[in-house]
Design a protein around this ligand. Structure first.
Ligand SMILES: *Cc1c(COP(=O)(O)O)cnc(C)c1O
Length: 400
């Protein structure tokens, strides 16, 4: 085992030139406190053994690795799925939310605070907070509340407090600001829980560490199943948490190619996609340095993807570093190819993927056609039940 995880991030939260904590002094002090608590608590025997129990008995881990026989026989190469859609609550997000809320409990916090856009992070947070018996405030823009009705109901049924944000554009950005303000009002008793490997240090590290389990399980399972490692591993990239999770299991295997799939949306024009690594450049946004899609004046560019969980103007700083090192290659899949993959996996294997995850499936299909003797492992980050109404309305139930 190399020393990669010891070396990255460094003590200041940098992955090479990326990451860090570019935030006001008062917030920076709180980030330092969270980092110190995390280093101490996450190494303790109690924390490690409680997390292990939760993963097994509450989340249903390990999730299986599945060989897509029908799809593979038709296309050529072999396609495998890491079934994070079978993780409790239907996506990988619970992996880091359980860890984050458990950390809050061990730190003696009385309440957890988060923001949500499409509602997926909010639902995972509400699930974790219910499990640990902690009150949970979720800030959500009024516009998103109207659009994401089923997720709002889920959060409320789980006992979370959904707080509408009524100023500005009334979407994710304002919700993030409102959540940070609420946290800074009472940093003693509350903690902010982020939804991906983004934000100021220590969040990208904490979320990565909790998602690492996906890669660790996958590597062992794939070896057991096939006697070898996959030729390639792929995952969709929004903020970057499910992809970093599975990549972590294979970083020390130089023969395993790693592909992050970014959303190309309607095309390459600014505003039509959210491919931060492919079309962005290094900059600072939301408290950390990474590849970003920013205007000349530094304000975030409009972004778009058919998958609401992927439309973000930046990407976790560790991805920027792995990109510059040449360890991970970042590719794209557009809406059309993604929706085709959504139907192809549903019809050929009986598995409806989240539209986010369908981006990675689209790339795997392309890879399998080009590598008839190759194998590719996809992190199927979530299930598609949440997307069926949207897909039927916009693409029909036949997918053409
Ligand atoms: C939120 C979400 C994503 C995108 O987030 P990452 O941090 O890039 O993993 C991907 N897939 C699903 C199912 C999601 O809910």
């Amino acid at each position: 085992m190399s020393t990669y995880f010891k070396d990255y991030p460094d003590a200041e939260g940098f992955f090479g030139p990326y990451g860090g904590a570019y935030v006001p002094e008062n917030l920076k002090q709180e980030m330092v406190k969270i980092a110190e608590a995390y280093y101490r608590i996450s190494k303790s025997h109690d924390f490690i053994s409680e997390l292990r129990q939760i993963r097994k008995h509450f989340q249903g881990r390990p999730t299986p690795v599945y060989y897509c026989r029908n799809l593979s026989e038709r296309l050529g190469g072999r396609i495998y799925l890491k079934r994070e859609d079978l993780n409790h609550s239907g996506a990988h997000k619970l992996n880091h939310c359980m860890g984050e809320v458990m950390l809050a409990k061990y730190m003696g916090k009385k309440k957890v605070i988060a923001e949500t856009g499409a509602g997926q992070h909010g639902v995972a947070m509400a699930t974790a907070a219910a499990y640990f018996g902690l009150p949970c405030d979720i800030y959500m823009g009024e516009v998103d509340i109207a659009k994401q009705h089923p997720n709002v109901l889920r959060m409320k049924i789980l006992g979370a407090n959904v707080i509408p944000v009524t100023h500005g554009q009334r979407t994710l950005k304002e919700a993030v600001d409102a959540a940070f303000d609420a946290y800074l009002n009472d940093p003693e008793n509350t903690i902010y829980c982020i939804g991906s490997v983004v934000g100021p240090h220590p969040f990208p590290m904490i979320v990565r560490d909790f998602q690492k389990i996906v890669g660790e399980e996958s590597r062992t399972q794939f070896l057991e199943m096939t006697g070898e490692l996959p030729d390639a591993v792929t995952a969709c990239v929004g903020g970057g948490s499910n992809s970093i999770g599975i990549f972590c299991g294979f970083l020390d295997d130089p023969d395993v190619k790693l592909y992050g799939v970014e959303p190309l949306g309607r095309g390459t024009k600014p505003g039509d996609h959210a491919a931060s690594m492919t079309y962005g450049k290094p900059g600072i946004l939301h408290g950390f340095k990474s590849y970003t899609l920013q205007e000349e004046d530094g304000s975030p560019m409009p972004v778009y993807s058919v998958a609401s969980g992927l439309d973000y103007q930046s990407v976790g700083p560790e991805h920027a570093w792995l990109h510059d090192q040449g360890r991970v290659e970042y590719v794209t899949a557009d809406d059309k190819e993604t929706i085709a993959a959504f139907f192809e996996l549903s019809r050929s294997e009986g598995i409806i993927p989240a539209i986010e995850s369908a981006h990675a499936v689209a790339y795997a299909i392309r890879y399998a056609k080009e590598h008839p003797h190759g194998s590719i492992l996809v992190n199927l980050s979530g299930r598609g039940d949440k997307d069926i109404d949207y897909v039927a309305e916009n693409f029909g139930i036949l997918g053409n």
